[in-house]
Write a protein that binds this ligand. Structure first.
Ligand SMILES: Nc1nc2c(c(=O)[nH]1)N[C@H]1C(S)=C(S)[C@@H](COP(=O)(O)OP(=O)(O)OC[C@H]3O[C@@H](n4cnc5c(N)ncnc54)[C@H](O)[C@@H]3O)O[C@H]1N2
Ligand code: MOO
Length: 410
């Protein structure tokens, strides 16, 4: 495709084109601990209430509220305590007791309705088993009722939630052994370029070690996708075409990096057109990553990112990540933009919105974002300190320190 035929789309329009293409999510049942970081494939309901029995919330004494309701330091209620109930007890004291020793987590059987903390009771240090209750308390105090925490049949975790330790805590409390999650997409990553080499190889003159493929694999793994990373493919049409066709067989999504611009040896668009792929877009109105292109080939989406490391990264963050999160079934799949005070000048004028690698932090409740120096598209150094991309709007002379800009965490 000739350079002039590449009409750019705005970032938002490009995203909508991606979301309009729905993939085929499939569901898989996995053991509970394997669900960590995966996306829940259906709403999860509580099979029983928690607590499932009336439970003491403090160490102390189980009483009938009516017995101690008039207790006061100057008028203590004296009760005999001869029995105890501990956590896991399945047998309870028989007969009529006014109070019973109880411990946190133990069942509170009828007729008791209230637990008094042991700090509010004086146990006589003799053989009498008498206890002096000094305060009246409230009916039901320190007793967790059945279902007080989680009632039965309640929707406890919704479909699309990414499972973290917090969700694992709830699922484990219901004795869950396995759970349905969305299957991880398999993503093929194909670096393209004659100059690229792999670690372990002696670096030839004027060559460089391939780093985008590793960065993309790391990003995909962080996201919860599986990755097949290819060895660098040389800049010739047949090698690129063969790699794309192999990836079509092996993967659900394809990402290439490099060879997508307008140079004589940038063959990606030609190859995709020769494979009769349908272009969703072949340029984005943004910097870096303007050549970012997406094709649909046999129902598979193929993302073509720039070779420049920062452009590759921005293309991934803005397009690949939201689309994969969407396909993974995550309810939150878009980058969450937020306002921050810019802490340095970005003086480079740009006809398109510019995404700048930046360091953001919250100080005294306010979000600040510092653009990193040496953020040129081909530079790597700015990766080391960056935790955000700040968005500098198109036109003008960039943005000045103190200005409020949009950013998102990376
Ligand atoms: N005449 C024009 N030239 C260029 C334009 C333009 O509009 N007109 N656009 C520039 C922009 S913007 C970008 S971005 C680059 C994109 O080029 P490609 O995506 O085709 O990438 P390459 O040319 O293959 O490589 C660019 C650069 O990145 C290095 N690279 C490539 N792959 C990797 C990798 N896997 N790991 C690490 N580094 C990689 C490569 O060696 C080059 O230095 O085009 C501009 N040109
Ligand atoms: O768009 Mo290029 O990605 O500026 O370096």
């Amino acid at each position: 495709m000739e350079a002039q035929a590449r009409k750019g789309v705005a970032v938002e329009d490009g995203l909508e084109l991606l979301f309009a293409h729905t993939g085929k999510r499939t569901i898989k049942r996995v053991p509970l601990m394997e669900s960590l970081g995966r996306v829940l494939a259906g709403d999860c309901y509580s099979p029983f209430p928690i607590p499932s029995f009336r439970k003491a919330a403090m160490d102390g004494y189980a009483v009938k509220y009516s017995e101690i309701k008039h207790a006061a330091p100057e008028n203590p209620v004296v009760l005999r305590v001869t029995d105890e109930i501990k956590p896991g007890s399945v047998e309870f004291p028989a007969g009529h007791h006014f109070a019973v020793r109880i411990f946190t987590g133990a069942p509170v059987p009828e007729p008791y309705d209230t637990v008094i903390m042991q700090e509010a009771v004086i146990a006589q240090e003799d053989e009498s088993s008498l206890c002096r209750f000094l305060f009246p308390s409230e009916r039901g105090k320190h007793v967790a009722e059945i279902g007080e925490d989680i009632p039965a049949n309640a929707c406890i975790i919704t479909e699309g939630t990414v499972i973290s330790a917090k969700e694992i805590a709830i699922l484990a409390a219901f004795g869950t052994q396995d759970i349905e999650v969305y299957r991880k997409p398999i993503v093929a990553v194909i670096p393209v370029g004659d100059e690229l080499q792999l670690p372990g190889e002696a670096l030839s003159p004027y060559h460089l070690y391939e780093s985008n493929g590793f960065m993309l694999e790391a990003k995909l793994r962080e996201l919860g996708a599986d990755c097949i990373r290819y060895a660098p493919v040389p800049d010739n049409k047949s090698s690129i075409s063969q790699a794309i066709q192999a990836a079509l067989r092996d993967a659900d999504f394809i990402i290439t990096t490099g060879g997508i611009s307008v140079g004589k040896y940038d063959y990606l668009l030609d190859v995709m057109n020769e494979l009769s792929a349908e272009a969703l877009f072949t340029k984005v109105l943004m910097r870096p990553g303007a050549p970012t292109s997406v094709y649909k080939i046999k129902e598979t989406l193929s993302f073509h990112l720039s070779g420049n490391p920062s452009a590759c990264f921005v293309g991934y963050e803005l397009f690949v990540k939201p689309k994969l999160l969407f396909e993974l079934g995550c309810s939150k799949y878009r980058n969450e933009m937020m306002e921050a005070v810019l802490e340095g000048d970005v003086s480079k004028p740009c006809p398109y919105p510019r995404y700048v690698r930046s360091f953001a932090e919250i100080r005294k409740g306010k979000l600040y974002v510092a653009p990193l120096t040496k953020d040129q598209s081909g530079n790597l150094a700015a990766f080391a300190k960056s935790n955000a991309l700040s968005l500098i709007l198109a036109g003008g002379k960039g943005a000045a320190k103190g200005q409020v800009v949009q950013m998102f965490w990376i």
